[in-house]
Design a protein around this ligand. Structure first.
Ligand SMILES: [Zn+2]
Length: 238
């Protein structure tokens, strides 16, 4: 996920692991000797990690890191770099300590491999899929299927709905007090399709609204603001 220099010759590296959640360790000599960790401590790289940890110690010792998949295109492609930065930053903010499930790792790896490996330019839809799946894994799934008060289904035509980013619920105009974010029918349909794993059926018109809804909801549930959405805006205008 990230590295920082430590002393004259070492690095402290933070990984997302499949079995041990988020883990930070000292890579001895990583700044001086290029032999031991050849490009394997770069962000977005999937490695087979060898480490030693002591009970009660926050930092482990990184003994080896063998590359399983390296990010080949990122260095030459700012779009892919911005996408990957966002994926890693969001996981870094949402995963605390060693509590992550293997499914979080699998989602991260699948998303990063897709961003780096695709022949075409990456699609914003991939980020929406990633956000929705990560929120579900974190137990923070927003509900777009009904009004949280009168249980009126959101698919029923004729009523407007507003989304409360704090609770992650919809409220129909009959029940609400006008607070929250007004949501279009197309955005509700899009959110439901995303949550049901059918992203290819999304109406293109709601893309910006869905992005804003998800990012506002996510921002309400993080302790600190993310930096990478600004990077995405600057590079991609999204
Ligand atoms: Zn209602």
């Amino acid at each position: 996920m990230r590295t920082r220099a430590f002393g004259e010759s070492d690095k402290i590296v933070t990984f997302l692991t499949r079995e041990f959640g988020k883990l930070s360790g000292i890579a001895k000599g990583a700044r001086k000797s290029r032999r031991r960790f050849v490009a394997s401590l770069e962000p977005f790289t999937h490695v087979q990690l060898g480490f030693r940890s002591r009970p009660q110690a926050d930092l482990c010792f990184i003994e080896s890191a063998d590359i399983v998949r390296s990010a080949r295109k990122l260095a030459f492609d700012l779009d892919r770099y911005a996408y990957s930065t966002y994926v890693v930053e969001l996981i870094d903010s949402m995963v605390e300590g060693r509590e992550a499930e293997p499914a979080v790792f699998d989602l991260a790896e699948a998303t990063l491999a897709r961003i780096d490996g695709s022949a075409d330019s990456p699609s914003p839809l991939w980020l929406r899929q990633f956000e929705v799946e990560l929120l579900a894994l974190a137990g923070l799934e927003p509900r777009f299927d009904l009004c949280s008060r009168c249980r009126r289904p959101s698919a029923e035509p004729g009523k407007g709905f507003r989304f409360n980013p704090r609770t992650g619920c919809l409220c129909c105009d009959g029940c609400g007090d006008g607070s929250g974010i007004a949501v279009s029918e197309a955005a509700i349909v899009s959110m439901l399709l995303l949550q049901r794993g059918r992203p290819t059926e999304l109406p293109a018109s709601a893309g910006g609204e869905v992005r804003a809804l998800l990012q506002t909801f996510i921002a309400h549930h993080l302790r600190r603001p993310l930096r990478s959405p600004a990077l995405l805006r600057e590079i991609l205008g999204m």
